[in-house]
Ligand binder design. Structure first.
Ligand code: NAP
Ligand code: MG
Length: 487
């Protein structure tokens, strides 16, 4: 793009375009499945295209794995488990994981570009968040691999065997790292199923596994669609299913796994409450609200999508927030100045539009950022709904897009009651100068993750996961090992 892809109310202070080059991506025109250490075509030779959602252009075609391909992957993972990985000492496993982490760092620019092209997220985020955190997860779990006896899960914690791992499209590389790093550290072998719209960074990761000399079959990657995921869930040779995605699919998986010996962890949707008390520093609060909902186009399970603001400061917070939202730079994800990139798919864009239309229909007041949107690609301007009631769909359903619902409260009790009035329980934020108030509120919130005076902060040492319809099990930290150990 030569033209800046947005108009800015800053006028003369608008940024010039600063595009990252796509040339470092080195994408192949087509990719096979990653089975037993090699790229191989699907049995049926079926392929599907992965698009760049910012341009609607095809980036590469990718093999569509059938149930028999999934079987090949599971057989390969089982063989690698029995012959190699279960006999590899923790210290040796750690060496591979450290090597993978370093290779992710070495190829970080390439991975960031691939991720942004395939997913639509701003290059600033893939470069500064997704890729460094993916490396950090491998580094962190490499450190645990030779210390499992000291991890608090008994003297000889054993791996489960073959892990089937299904991940979504919002953080493709990072979710692969969240799944693979603890599983491998604990001594399991893996079959990973990336999301249909974002398979490419996982395939670059497969090249990294080859480069690292990871023994064949320890990680297998089956690209495909929902039927591929379902085949993995149903395969009798899988000992554990780890799933991140929608509550609807998570529920279906739970039913299918019920009655089998398979272990299961589910990381599902959310409707995070970001609670702002009147004593909080408003400038920081505004940035926190923006990070909470517009980071990654709001395609974040723990997004702060429900803003609960104390009535006494609600007008001021809303006024300042809208001014800030108008300044967000929306457009070319490859531009280093872009704040909000493309919506990941036409289907997701449709879902966001439909839910936003419900907001208007049910009587909330809609504010839409004044940004100009590119002609090609999938775009949704940052949107804030005020005058939202708890009964509105936009206060209850996960929109998974750049849409914020603003509600108000008067007392801490009311804030807690409203925050907890959700079928979900993944994450919340609390903004206050008073530590005692923050703790009082945090103790009463029903959510797996609670941020104080910040939002959307992730660290491999810190466990992440939900309660209620947000799922169960934890990823990250010492707790993240438990999901892959027989304890
Ligand atoms: P999804 O259908 O749950 O997809 C998640 C993963 O599961 C993808 O790899 C998907 O494959 C796979 N999958 C689909 N059907 C399956 C089945 N029957 N058995 C096993 N695996 C299956 O989520 P989505 O359709 O991409 O997004 C829908 C909504 O889910 C979003 O609007 C959002 O609310 C929520 N979501 C939450 C998260 C999260 O991090 N918690 C992430 C993504 C989406 P394909 O991609 O090939 O279909
Ligand atoms: Mg794509």
């Amino acid at each position: 793009m030569t033209e800046p892809s947005h108009t800015s109310p800053l006028g003369a202070l608008a940024y010039d375009a600063a595009p990252e080059s796509a040339s470092i991506a080195h994408l192949a025109p087509s990719y096979g499945l990653f089975l037993d250490g090699q790229f191989t075509p699907a049995g049926s030779h079926a392929q599907f295209a992965s698009l760049n959602p910012a341009t609607e252009e095809t980036l590469a075609t990718v093999a569509l794995a059938s149930a028999s391909d999934v079987d090949r992957a599971v057989v390969s993972a089982r063989r690698a488990y029995e012959r190699v990985w279960s006999k590899t000492t923790g210290a040796e496993r750690a060496k591979y994981l450290f090597r993978i982490a370093r290779l992710i760092q070495e190829r970080s620019r390439e991975l960031a570009v691939v991720e942004t092209l395939d997913n639509g997220k701003p290059i600033r985020e893939s470069r500064d968040v997704d890729v460094p955190l993916a490396a950090a997860h491998f580094f962190y779990y490499a450190g645990w691999a030779d210390k499992l006896e000291h991890s608090g899960f008994g003297p000889h914690p054993r791996p489960l065997g073959v892990a089937g791992q299904i991940i979504p499209w919002n953080f493709p590389l990072l979710m692969a790292a969240w799944k693979l790093a603890p599983a491998l550290a604990a001594g399991n072998t893996c079959v990973l199923k990336p999301a249909e719209t974002t398979p490419l960074s996982a395939l670059v990761l497969a090249e990294i596994f080859q480069q690292a000399g990871l023994p064949d079959g320890v990680v297998n990657i089956v690209t495909g669609d929902g039927t591929t995921g379902a085949a993995l869930v149903d395969h009798p040779g899988v000992d554990k299913i780890a799933f991140t995605g929608s509550t609807a699919v998570g529920r279906m998986i739970q039913e299918r796994v019920a009655g089998s010996a398979k272990r299961l962890t589910l990381e599902l949707g959310g409707k995070g409450a970001n609670i702002v008390f009147e004593d909080a520093p408003i400038d920081e609060v505004i940035e926190g609200i923006v990070d909470g909902i517009f980071f990654n186009q709001g395609h974040v399970c723990c997004a702060g999508s429900r803003l609960l603001v104390q009535e006494s400061v609600a007008d001021e917070v809303l006024r300042r927030l809208l001014r800030r939202v108008d300044q967000l730079r929306v457009g070319d994800p490859m531009d280093k100045n872009t704040d909000v990139g493309a919506i990941n798919s036409a289907a997701q864009l449709e879902r966001i539009r439909e839910l936003a239309a419900w907001g208007e229909r049910e009587g909330a007041t809609r504010y839409t950022s004044a940004c100009a949107l590119p002609d090609k690609g999938y775009w949704f301007a940052p949107t804030v709904f005020a005058d939202v009631a708890q009964s509105h769909r936009i206060a209850r359903d996960e929109i998974f897009g750049p849409v914020l619902s603003v509600l108000t409260f008067r007392t801490p009790d009311e804030a807690v009651a409203k925050a907890n009035n959700s079928k979900y329980g993944l994450a919340c934020g609390v903004w206050s100068e008073k530590g005692s108030r923050t703790l009082w509120v945090a103790q009463r919130l029903r959510a797996g993750v609670i941020w104080a005076n910040t939002y959307n902060k992730f660290d491999p040492t810190s466990p992440f996961g939900g309660v209620r319809e947000s799922g169960f099990g934890r990823e990250g930290g010492r707790q993240g090992l438990e999901a892959y150990l027989d304890v």
